[in-house]
Design a protein around this ligand. Structure first.
Ligand code: IMP
Ligand code: MG
Length: 182
């Protein structure tokens, strides 16, 4: 057992369950993007593990780009106004954009990204999120495709962190309250 597994109250989705859902998401995208070569954007750092598995499961040719937004800075709730820390290297003008997110929580990050990228002239915009946490939504926004829905709990693993830790856990779990309430 991994040392960090003890900090999880329970495992929500195993590596095998995740892999099966990633395959389904990739098939959904392949159908949607037939004949296209989208630019796939990973919103760092949370989506990077999902992103790498997803693009490799897709048969559609994709270009890859990365963007880093400001995060919680150690807490467990969003400040509402994410800022760009590292921008994309390529232009999205006239491109089919596939945005890959780790989780849609309050929804502020996704709203901001949608505004930003449509302002840059993207031709189409599709959002795939590993997780959806609808109970915490503060703005009316949704991914076009989510692999899993979770409740109002703090999730770690498979890219998701608490204070930059737990990202390389191969499963998705609920972090024990005592870890972030101490
Ligand atoms: P937003 O509240 O929808 O803007 O989400 C902002 C970001 O907060 C997400 O992209 C995640 O990186 C992070 N986040 C939200 N909920 C969780 C969680 O349960 N665990 C880890 N990170 C989270
Ligand atoms: Mg995070």
């Amino acid at each position: 057992m991994r040392e960090q597994e003890k900090d999880c109250e329970r495992i929500l989705f195993s590596a095998e369950e995740i892999a099966a859902e990633v395959k389904k998401a990739a098939a959904w995208l392949d159908e949607r993007y037939e004949g296209c070569e989208p630019i796939a954007i990973s919103v760092l750092k949370g989506s990077v593990i999902f992103f790498c598995d997803l693009v490799r499961a897709m048969k559609t040719p994709v270009q890859m780009d990365f963007m880093t937004l400001s995060s919680y800075g150690g807490g467990t709730s969003s400040t509402g106004m994410p800022k760009i820390v590292m921008d994309l290297s390529a232009s999205v003008e006239g491109r089919d954009v596939l945005l890959v997110e780790d989780i849609v929580d309050s929804g502020h990050t996704l709203v901001k990204l949608k505004q930003l990228l449509s302002g840059r002239g993207a031709k189409s915009f599709t959002v795939v999120s590993l997780l959806d946490k609808p109970s915490r939504r503060e703005v009316d926004v949704k991914a076009d495709y989510s692999c899993f829905t979770v409740g109002n709990e703090f999730i770690v693993g498979y890219g998701l962190d608490y204070d930059q830790r737990y990202r390389n856990l191969p499963f998705i779990g609920v972090l024990k309250r005592e870890i972030y309430e101490k």
